[in-house]
Design a protein around this ligand. Structure first.
Ligand code: AMP
Ligand code: GLY
Length: 421
């Protein structure tokens, strides 16, 4: 079987490494992949948003199955275009990917179907939004409607910050047309949990829960990033919380999407906050999380490719989805200065004995060397019987990996460890 994976980050590397466990797969192409992924797949320099190029490549190379991992191609209709050519895919069609592609859509969906989330207002007129802010409860949360490279959420601690956010999103168009509409919502408090789930549109199977560390600095300080590390499972996600999420959030969301004629297939990511009034949805993503995938998939005992095909074929209820009863921690090694400005082109050295534990996010090959090429460079994942051992093992490996200008948080897993006791 020939598989194509769209994307080129640490998440895609984790997906590809897991897919390779399936012996029916003879060949994996990554579009575009990266210098590290090249060790596990053939990388082809076609960009993840070049839908025509992806489809052409898939047809010319008789691809049997495609995995579309990032948000942009999903929202742009990559799955639709591949399926039109008869190529089965893992991932939602664009009509369902809108659950991430438009925050106005997802908020209205939750309101219509009674799915717990923060109270909100929608604005498409900047002056009306500014008027509303004059009396809105502070802190308040301002969200650009469309995709904004993970930067479209601003938590305003003061009325002035809220006004600035509205002006930069709606008037200065900081995120282009993603800011034509905004959501202004209630500020919620509580621990956050990421739950990725497999769904074929009928059955929803949550994967093991995880905790992201989004801020750049230790103790959750500094700027928001794509994610500086993860642990799984998330200790705040107790069995009671899991049951409540299943009944009040997961199943109602799948049903709501069906009722809207937008059946969701693939990986639906629930970004949850466990508030004192119970779990609420902070965001939906139409894809695997990054770097959640780097802790969740290594814990998957069952065969990923079999599960993926079951989401496509509608046979998920008959398919085994089992996880190891273990803990995982992933520390992201980034370039100093990420998420703002950083230098690239430094040589990376990874000892051979730990290469299997490293997911490469931003690296390129040049003259036989692996060089840093992005903000997030590597994700280093360890698995152990206890979270403490997993965290220590991950940091132990990080210390053996070298590139100039490397930066990583030193407290990944700290909050989870405190919550465990
Ligand atoms: P997102 O880009 O949607 O992942 O949001 C980024 C982060 O903003 C989330 O992980 C939360 O930490 C925070 N956030 C989003 N919405 C809210 C909210 N209503 N209340 C408090 N924090 C929020
Ligand atoms: N780690 C958060 C995300 O993938 O959106």
């Amino acid at each position: 079987m020939k598989i194509l994976v769209v994307g080129g980050g640490g998440r895609e590397h984790a997906i590809i490494k897991k897919l390779k466990e399936n012996k029916d797969i003879d060949k994996i192409y990554a579009l575009p992949g990266n210098g590290g992924i090249a060790a596990d797949a053939e990388c082809v320099s076609i960009g993840a948003t070049d839908i025509d190029g992806i489809v052409r490549f898939a047809v010319e190379n008789s691809i049997d199955y495609a995995v579309v991992a990032p948000d942009d191609p999903l929202v742009l209709g990559c799955v639709d275009a591949l399926e039109e050519k008869g190529i089965p895919c893992f991932g939602p069609r664009s009509e369902a990917a809108i659950i991430e592609g438009s925050k106005v859509f997802s908020k209205n969906l939750m309101k219509k179907y009674g799915i717990p989330t923060a109270a909100y207002e929608v604005f498409s007129d900047a002056d009306k939004a500014l008027e509303y802010i004059k009396t809105a409860p502070i802190p308040t949360v301002i969200k650009a409607d469309g995709l904004a490279l993970g930067k479209g959420v601003i938590i305003a601690q003061t009325r002035e910050e809220a006004e600035d956010a509205v002006i930069s999103i709606m008037k200065d168009k900081k995120f282009g047309k993603s800011g034509n509409s905004i959501v202004i919502e209630e500020f919620l408090e509580g621990p956050e949990v990421s739950v990725l789930s497999f769904t074929d549109g009928k059955t929803v199977v949550p994967m093991i829960s995880s905790m992201d560390h989004k801020r750049a600095g230790d103790n959750d300080t500094g700027l928001n990033t794509g994610g500086m590390g993860t642990v799984a499972p998330n200790p705040y996600y107790t069995e009671a919380v899991a049951r409540e999420c299943m009944d009040k959030i997961f199943i109602p969301t799948i049903n709501a999407m069906n009722a809207e004629g937008r059946t969701f297939k693939g990986c639906l990511y629930f970004g949850l906050m466990i508030t004192k009034d119970g779990p609420k949805v902070i965001e939906y993503n139409c894809r695997f999380g990054d770097p959640e995938t780097q802790v969740v998939l290594p814990l998957l005992r069952s065969d990923l490719f079999t599960i993926m095909r079951a989401t496509t074929d509608g046979t998920l209820s008959e398919t085994e989805v089992e996880f190891y009863d273990k803990k995982a921690a992933c520390v992201i090694m980034a370039s100093e200065g990420y998420p703002v400005a950083y230098e690239k082109g430094y040589e990376i050295t990874i000892p051979d004995d730990i290469a299997d534990c490293v997911f490469v996010a931003g690296a390129a090959h040049k003259d036989g060397k692996l060089l840093t090429s992005g903000g997030r460079v590597l994700g280093v994942t360890a698995i152990a019987d206890s979270l403490k051992e997993a965290v220590d093992a991950s940091y132990g490996m990080v210390e053996r990996i070298h590139f100039d200008n490397a930066y990583y948080r030193s407290d990944i897993g700290k909050r989870a460890l405190e919550a465990e006791v």
